[in-house]
Design a binder for this molecule. Structure first.
Ligand SMILES: [Zn+2]
Length: 120
């Protein structure tokens, strides 16, 4: 690998930053899919056990797959149900997939991906 191609690693053609799975390196999403919720794309939550979750919200996440039944229990985004999101390639837990409970929800769906599970 030459120095110039190394410098380009993680960049797509339009200059957006690529985010990859920390476990297997698969491409998960890119910085041009970041989406703002409540005015920001980065969200920090603390669960009842005191564990902190640092998320970024994306409109699309081609490398992730949402599994299991959607639930609104303990949702971090009011008006949205959630499902677990895993890496399509290796099954690593990456975060959650959120869908609006109402058809009027904007955005209608988005992904909340843990910063600790991706790298760029
Ligand atoms: Zn993976």
């Amino acid at each position: 690998m030459t120095l110039s191609t190394h410098a380009m690693k993680g960049m797509s053609g339009n200059g957006a930053k690529a985010f990859q799975c920390i476990a297997c390196g698969a491409l998960i999403t890119r910085s041009d899919h970041l989406i703002s919720l409540e005015g920001r794309s980065r969200h920090v939550f603390v669960n009842p056990l005191g564990i902190e979750f640092d998320l970024q919200t994306f409109s699309s996440c081609a490398g992730a797959i949402a599994v299991e039944e959607a639930t609104v229990q303990h949702t971090w985004f009011s008006g949205y149900s959630w499902r677990f999101a895993f890496c399509r390639q290796c099954g690593e837990h990456l975060g959650w997939y959120y869908e609006g409970v109402s058809s009027l929800s904007r955005p209608s769906r988005f992904w909340g991906i843990l910063l600790s599970r991706i790298f760029s």
